[in-house]
Ligand binder design. Structure first.
Ligand SMILES: [Zn+2]
Length: 323
């Protein structure tokens, strides 16, 4: 009896372990970088893939550093969904030249040169490429200086998620990859992808109508995160306060920027919740103009609706400041 009991217990334990393994391995494991990518992925994945964000809600791509447990999370995943265009320099640094059996999909993959906005060559800082790569250990990735590890002079601006129609492109990249990795659920992911793209198109329409009615179309933002947004909605990006996030602009740069702001009669400076805004508030005071907040969505809540809510909040901020 005792032997049977032990055998049965062993069998039951074995089944338990096997069941736990099958439930955790049947569903694709997806890890994502910035918050918008998480939102898009959970909307496509539904209940047939597990999505987890590598970045905590309060840490942006500028400041994120891989910890050993993050490396293990990547290595255990089936698919990693990144923005690309050098935004995830920390990822490239860790996994460069390391073979991992994980599919990597980039939101930016397949975008043509015309769809991308190239960095301004004048802002290129530093010498040979090797030196610039080392510099990025300090600032995460540089805006206007090629955006990170392996980036080339004049590399494209990475902030494509702030254009909902480029977001549709990213979602279709993800749908394709999920369907290839899990053929049994390919139709499910494709249907959910179509439904989410329809929502993104509705969001685009709403932004188009809302920004179409703005009185002023000149904006100054804190860092160079909105060129795709401005292009899509016909706004004029007069300038940015910090050419490189986290690096104070030089007095000469600031005085040139102030002159342009006065000349173009810009009515508000747009700061970001992610950065220290003291400098922008002081500038706005000196210029006697308003300060409002435009969220780059580089950090934020990890919920399925957060991307759309963030974009709508930005529209309200523009409507409030550019009346
Ligand atoms: Zn940025």
């Amino acid at each position: 009896m005792r032997v049977w009991g032990l055998l049965l217990m062993g069998w039951a334990l074995g089944v338990g372990v096997a069941m736990a393994q099958s439930t955790s391995t049947n569903r694709l494991q997806v890890v994502t970088s910035i918050a918008p990518l998480y939102c898009w992925a959970v909307n496509v994945a539904g209940d047939r893939a597990d999505v987890a964000s590598l970045l905590p809600p309060n840490v942006g791509p500028h400041d994120f550093q891989f910890r050993p447990r993050d490396i293990r999370r990547v290595e255990r995943a089936n698919l990693v969904f990144l923005n690309g265009l050098g935004l995830e320099s920390w990822f490239s640094r860790v996994f460069y030249n390391r073979k991992i059996p994980v599919r990597i999909v980039e939101a930016a993959a397949g975008l043509s040169t015309n769809q991308l906005i190239q960095g301004v060559p004048d802002l290129e800082i530093g010498g040979p490429k090797e030196d610039r790569d080392h510099d990025h250990d300090h600032d995460g990735y540089g805006h206007g200086d090629g955006h990170g590890f392996g980036a080339q002079a004049g590399a494209a601006n990475p902030h494509l998620w702030l254009d909902p129609l480029l977001a549709c492109h990213a979602v279709s990249n993800l749908v394709t990859a999920l369907g290839e990795l899990d053929r049994a659920n390919a139709d499910y992911f494709a249907e959910r992808g179509c439904a989410y793209v329809a929502r993104l198109r509705a969001l685009d329409e709403e932004l188009r109508r809302g920004t179409g009615a703005l009185k002023s179309r000149d904006i100054v933002t804190f860092h160079d995160a909105f060129p795709y947004f401005c292009r899509r909605y016909d706004l004029h990006l007069v300038g940015v306060i910090e050419e490189v996030p986290g690096t104070s602009p030089s007095p000469r740069y600031l005085s040139e920027l102030l002159a342009v702001i006065r000349c173009d009669k810009v009515s508000a400076l747009f700061v970001e919740p992610q950065f220290d805004v003291k400098l922008a508030r002081q500038l706005a005071k000196d210029l006697s103009i308003g300060v409002a907040t435009l969220d780059t969505l580089e950090t934020g809540r990890l919920t399925p609706e957060a991307y759309e809510e963030g974009m709508r909040a930005n529209l309200r901020a523009l409507q409030g400041a550019l009346r």
